[in-house]
Design a protein around this ligand. Structure first.
Ligand SMILES: Nc1ncnc2c1ncn2[C@@H]1O[C@H](COP(=O)(O)OP(=O)(O)OP(=O)(O)O)[C@@H](O)[C@H]1O
Ligand SMILES: [Mg+2]
Length: 277
């Protein structure tokens, strides 16, 4: 089989995840803190993207916005952004969705892995992986259990299916969390410091797993402080102070998402002069 990155598929012509002029403003008035300052990025199906940058540069904020866990700010101190600050997931403009619709889209399209696994400790490994499938409601209980077992076997956990999460090692728990994130066959797997809490050996195993699933064609976006891990991705995005300052491989150079790269110096003028209402 050819590696998936040699020939871009038709699906790659449309971004799977797109941030358009994305701002995230916390607080208001004189205390308004712009955590993201008009970020544009388009990520295609089957891409493996890492996001790096100093602590506080906005990596997690951007990741959560791309995955629909949070929403971009629409305005600052009463002024709208132009173009509107928006996130598109698989072509859907999330700003047009209510919270229930966004949660549904997220559950269907996005899998998340965090630094801390957030497994339900009283449930078994297999039950934890089943939970997103039960929530989506596409599979019967039996089918979900079967798929959970299949996923856990892929990560060498076949002998731990019925073990309660709090009786698994840290590395095992994180592998269960990855299986859980893949449960609903997400269009994109988003990870925030997935190796941040693991020792070297377990980090390496988790890094290998991401490499394998990306090579199989799974879209992966990973925030990490580990530059060795980040460089394994085919595309590396660097953030600084709420902006993307470097992107080694933008697959959509002509997309609207990347057409609005404007220097910081014009930003305040743009906010002031482009009022929507
Ligand atoms: N709920 C919040 N209230 C106030 N400020 C916040 C909040 N969440 C994030 N911030 C600020 O937003 C900025 C970006 O945070 P973010 O978590 O995205 O950074 P990061 O790049 O992921 O950092 P790290 O590498 O430490 O995880 C930081 O300056 C942070 O202090
Ligand atoms: Mg972070």
């Amino acid at each position: 089989m050819k590696p998936p990155w040699i020939e871009p598929s038709v699906a790659q012509l449309t971004p799977l995840l797109r941030a358009q002029n994305v701002y995230r403003v916390l607080g208001s008035g004189d205390n308004a803190n712009r955590v993201l300052k008009g970020v544009n990025i388009a990520i295609g199906a089957k891409e493996y993207v890492s996001i790096v940058g100093a602590s506080g540069s906005g990596k997690s904020t951007l990741l959560y916005l791309l995955g629909g866990l949070d929403r971009p700010s629409r305005e600052m101190n009463g002024n709208s952004f132009d173009p509107p600050s928006s996130v598109f997931i698989d072509g859907h403009d999330t700003s047009e969705m209510n919270d229930t619709q966004l949660a549904r889209l997220r559950n269907e399209k996005i899998g998340f892995v965090f630094q801390f696994h957030y497994l339900l400790k009283e449930f078994t490994a297999q039950e934890n992986v089943c939970l997103p499938m039960f929530k989506l409601g596409r599979l019967t209980r039996g089918q979900a259990m079967e798929r959970a077992a299949y996923l856990l076997e892929q990560f060498d956990l076949s002998d731990k299916l019925t073990r309660r999460a709090n009786r698994l090692s840290g590395g095992e728990q994180q592998r269960v969390a990855i299986a859980r994130a893949l449960a609903n066959e997400p269009a994109a797997l988003l990870a925030d410091e997935p190796t941040g809490n693991l020792d070297k050996r377990n980090s390496e195993r988790v890094a290998e797993i991401f490499q394998e699933i990306a090579a199989r064609g799974q879209t992966v976006v990973m925030v990490t402080h580990d530059l060795t891990l980040a460089r394994r991705a085919r595309r590396m995005v660097t953030m600084e102070d709420g902006n993307i300052v470097k992107d080694t491989g933008d697959s959509f150079p002509d997309s609207p998402a990347t057409a609005y790269q404007i220097p910081e110096i014009h930003e305040s003028a743009r906010i002031d002069t482009n009022l929507h209402e």
